[in-house]
Design a protein around this ligand. Structure first.
Ligand code: UDP
Length: 475
């Protein structure tokens, strides 16, 4: 591919958007030798984020442009999606200025799903317009099809008696509908419906999944009798795009020293993503559940909050002061000191999951985390908290069967310690048919992900196809 093709990538704030966007930029630059400029909207409230951006700049594989902050002082919207949409809308003028200041104009814009209003800038500069969906194909299908539900369905989606239909896809249980669509009177509802329409008006969509995992859903996009009726642009499954670990496995930190002394596949890694938090009561149950399970664990702990997405824009990296003993059960740290390792706020997740000692993942089911679990071949306890995580949990636990999940939603009830201990033992230790099958399926899915990514694999080929098209776009 000619090195002259210049791609602009625009990422919205939040580690779940930033990480996959940077990884996509890395691949476009290193595997396909494209010139890449990544435009970022930092949240400026997360030390982990600052470090990630600094590392991307230092790697010097592509140009990083941080857009200046927009004035948000009058914004009262508190939902994550609502704020993200407003933030990105207000950054359009800064994006326009930054693009026009470039010495060579990109011929392609790849926007993440909250950055599609930047398509107006792409039109002005005659750039091809692509969307990068860092989540999976079922989520994409639902987002695009929301414009049809919006016209057809009366009342709240969550109150429907029957599963919601999407042509050619698994129906969606009302309780699994993604957070921003739960209340049709809220601004974030309209934002997501609009995002779906913007996606359908793009030149192409890159989605972080692969054919073997979501073949039926992906096929629906290209069938004019199914989702292809409203989704005109081609959809390229190019995943799993998973971040490479920033530190060497078994590096020198206390955590990795500890991990290096644990038996293979004996440790469950517990983390609720970049934004997930638990209530005080729930945290107590998780602590006792881990202890009762008798399994070794690494737990990334954040102070309890009432909201389940309480850390979304504010994740630290452990360098901040936080005293776990104030909110963990009395004596927990002492009693579990031989078998457990508590990490404050933030861990290098891909490095932890890549450690031979880790044999299971207790996750909120954010799509990046799910892919990181899958590519490391570990079975999961999936504990959905916000965004599209209930959808992901249903897919992972009930369809693909690489995970177990609580019987009820952790955002509705407090899940008790006994149930937690049973789930942890099920994926880590149980020799019953179900436990064994889940572990075997996790290894099988890891192989399937690898196969899709190597030369001749579906994602490898799709990536090459779309890069070729980029080369034909002329600004
Ligand atoms: N992450 C991490 N350390 C942590 C928590 C999260 O490195 O302590 C990373 C994780 O590896 C993933 C991203 O942050 O790449 C979170 O994205 P995901 O889609 O899983 O969930 P979100 O945070 O967007 O809800």
């Amino acid at each position: 591919m000619e090195s002259s093709t210049h791609v602009a990538l625009l990422s919205s704030p939040g580690m779940g958007h930033l990480f996959p966007s940077l990884e996509l930029a890395t691949r476009l630059s290193t595997h396909h030798h494209l010139t890449v400029t990544v435009f970022l909207v930092p949240s400026h409230s997360s030390s982990a984020e600052n470090k990630v951006i600094a590392a991307a700049e230092a790697a010097d594989l592509f140009t990083v442009v941080e857009l200046p902050p927009a004035d948000m002082s009058d914004v009262t919207e508190s939902s994550v999606v609502g704020r993200l949409a407003i933030t990105m809308r207000r950054h359009v003028p800064a994006f326009r200025s930054a693009v026009s200041a470039l010495t060579s104009l990109p011929s392609v814009l790849i926007a993440d799903i909250f950055a599609t209003e930047s398509f107006a800038v792409a039109d002005e500069f005659h750039m091809a317009k692509y969307v990068f969906v860092a989540s999976n194909a079922w989520f994409l299908a639902l987002t695009v099809y929301a414009q049809v539900w919006d016209k057809q369905i009366v009342g709240q989606y969550v109150d429907q008696k029957e599963p919601l239909q999407i042509p050619g896809c698994e129906p969606v249980r009302p309780c699994d509908v993604i957070d921003p669509l739960l209340d049709r009177t809220q601004p974030q509802y309209f934002e997501i419906v609009k995002v779906g329409m913007d996606i359908a008006s793009s030149d192409g969509v890159l989605v972080n999944t692969w054919d073997d995992l979501q073949g039926r859903t992906l096929a629906s996009f290209s069938d004019r009798n199914l989702l292809g009726r409203i989704m005109k642009p081609p959809v390229y499954s190019i995943g799993p795009i998973v971040r490479q670990s920033s530190s060497k496995k078994g590096g020198s930190s206390e955590l990795f020293n500890w991990l290096s002394k644990q038996p293979n596949e004996s440790v469950i890694y517990v983390s609720f993503g970049s934004g997930g938090t638990l209530s005080f009561e729930q945290m107590t149950e998780v602590a006792h559940g881990l202890e009762m399970s008798g399994q070794r664990f690494v737990w990334v702990v954040r102070a309890p909050t009432v909201r389940s997405d309480g850390a979304y824009f504010t994740t630290g990296d452990g360098s901040e002061e936080q005293s776990e003993s104030k909110f963990l059960p009395e004596g927990f740290l002492e009693r579990t000191s031989e078998v457990g390792f508590v990490v404050s706020m933030w861990a290098d997740q891909t490095a932890v999951l890549g450690s031979p000692a880790v044999g299971g993942f207790f996750t909120h089911g954010g799509w990046n985390s799910a892919l990181e679990g899958i590519t490391n071949g570990v079975p999961m306890v999936v504990w959905p908290l916000y965004a599209e995580q209930r959808l992901n949990a249903t897919m992972l636990a009930e369809e693909v069967r690489v995970a177990v999940r609580p019987k009820e939603l952790p955002t509705k009830v407090v899940i008790g310690r006994e149930e937690i201990a049973v789930m942890v033992r099920k994926i880590m230790a149980e020799e019953d048919e179900e436990g064994k099958a889940i572990r075997a399926k996790a290894k099988e899915l890891q192989r399937s992900a690898e196969k899709a990514s190597v030369e001749g694999g579906s994602s490898y080929d799709n990536f090459a196809k779309v890069v070729k098209l980029f080369g034909k776009s002329v600004p």
